[in-house]
Write a protein that binds this ligand. Structure first.
Ligand SMILES: [Zn+2]
Length: 466
């Protein structure tokens, strides 16, 4: 990476532009911030988000951010922070977001300490290296660079540091409705979106921008029965009844769906793929009514979720003793609902598929459905320019998220959100939430460049008047 930075430095210096001249210094600072925040165990229950906010606010103040441009918030037992870089024009602000919290990691299960940044074999290891402390470091590095280079954005830039993305997303809700943020024109989320490298060759395949998320919803199936002594079986039995309901859920297929975003995504992925799957992807992108193509994709764990709502049994319970007829039996059905479909529509469709009035279907918690963020040509073009700095020519396409981020909170609050981390990785190297999480060292530094380039480009930044 050093070589790349040096090359960049000379190229830019030769062109007479001073903007990237401090690039090596910025990298060292960003790495130092990254190492410090990895050492903080910001998992739910450990109470470390206030310490992280205090540390980051201190770094930013030392870098020239006035205290009045830093706001801290508390919600849901976590602390969050918003930082602003005021614009020279009266235009709606642009929000950049990253989350400081992590899924917990048990040190005894890891090969290396999860709370120490370790650089080894071209990777950074540690909890949060990928999800999402590289994003936090990129936001901090961007703010520091704006200050060091005396850059001023035309439109106000806001930087959100979320405290509880992995759990309640209460701080995200507080950020989305904060007076600085609520009028933001759109948001760039660093927590998703990125480039795929070929597992075998390391060649860049495609760069994905998250523009929508499926709704995460769980439905509880329950059957009750008077029960009795197991030596006197009755005709009806809660466990058998539930088992039959589950087989009907297993057999049920939700209708095939598509929108501009999924067609663009499936078509682009299809163009990069050979064989019957590639053929089906291209055919479906052209004509989503192509039933044969949809059937091929329905059997692919990778693409089924992009073509319809999916539901699957994930938990099971029932009975209370080995010698008693079960009085209850229950199962959890976890669904990933296609954007635009109401949660209750899916609940009723499950009820209809089960077709047994003794099996109740209830919605767990209160799932958040979020709208699709229509792709903006200006944002996609800026992301393309930033990506092509390191990977010229790679296709930049939108995708529908089957997992989940707090982008849905911003979208629901009326702020269109595009997730773009600038990080490239191999699918086999994805260890977010799992053991031995890591990020290629080169990706970390490219991620810094990515967020900085987007902030300069989308914010219309210019050197401050002397
Ligand atoms: Zn995340």
């Amino acid at each position: 990476m050093k070589r790349l930075a040096a090359a960049l430095f000379f190229a830019v210096a030769a062109a007479g532009a001073p903007l990237l001249a401090e690039s090596n210094v910025d990298q060292a600072t960003a790495r130092e911030v990254y190492a410090h925040i990895i050492s903080l165990r910001t998992a739910a229950g450990h109470g470390e988000t206030p310490a992280m906010v205090a540390y980051l606010a201190d770094v930013l103040r030392q870098g020239g951010v006035p205290a009045l441009d830093i706001a801290t918030l508390e919600a849901g037992g976590a602390t969050a922070m918003i930082v602003r870089l005021p614009g020279t024009e009266a235009a709606r602000p642009i929000l950049f977001s990253a989350h400081m919290d992590v899924v917990d990691a048990l040190p005894e299960d890891w090969q290396r300490s999860p709370f120490t940044l370790i650089e080894e074999g071209g990777n950074f290891y540690g909890r949060g290296t990928m999800d999402n402390k590289a994003g936090v470091a990129a936001l901090v590095a961007t703010i520091l660079r704006f200050k060091a280079e005396r850059l001023q954005p035309a439109r106000e830039l806001l930087f959100a540091f979320v405290g509880d993305e992995e759990t309640g997303m209460e701080t995200t809700r507080a950020i989305a409705t904060h007076p600085w943020v609520r009028d933001a024109e759109f948001a760039i989320n660093t927590d998703a979106g990125g480039g795929l490298l070929d597992d075998a060759t390391g060649k860049p395949l495609v760069y994905l921008v998250q523009g929508a998320e499926k709704t995460f919803a769980t439905f509880d199936l329950a059957v009750t029965n008077p029960g009795g002594h197991s030596s006197r079986p009755r005709a009806d039995n809660a466990i058998y009844q539930l088992a039959q309901a589950l087989l009907k859920v297993q057999a049920h297929r939700f209708p095939v769906m598509s929108n501009d975003l999924t067609r663009a995504y499936l078509g682009a992925v299809g163009n990069a793929q050979s064989g019957p799957t590639g053929e089906a992807l291209r055919a479906f992108a052209k004509d989503p009514n192509d039933a044969a193509a949809a059937a091929v994709l329905a059997d692919s764990p990778e693409f089924a979720g992009t073509t319809r709502t999916t539901c699957v049994a994930t938990l099971l319970s029932g009975g209370h003793a080995e010698n008693a007829l079960p009085q209850t039996a229950g199962a959890a059905i976890n669904c990933r609902i296609f954007p635009g479909v109401a949660v209750d529509t899916v609940r009723r469709e499950l009820e209809a598929a089960i077709a047994d009035p003794d099996v109740t279907v209830t919605t767990r918690d209160s799932p958040t459905a979020s709208p699709v963020s229509e792709m903006r040509p200006d944002v996609m073009a800026a992301i393309g320019r930033a990506v092509h700095e390191h990977y010229p020519g790679v296709a930049v396409v939108p995708y529908l998220e089957s997992g989940g981020t707090d982008g849905k909170v911003y979208r629901t609050a009326g702020i269109p959100t595009f997730a773009s981390s600038g990080l490239f990785s191999k699918p086999s190297q994805m260890f977010a939430h799992g053991l031995n999480e890591r990020l290629p060292v080169q990706s970390f530094y490219q991620g810094l460049d990515h967020i900085y380039a987007l902030a300069v480009d989308l914010g219309g930044a210019k050197p401050a008047a002397p």
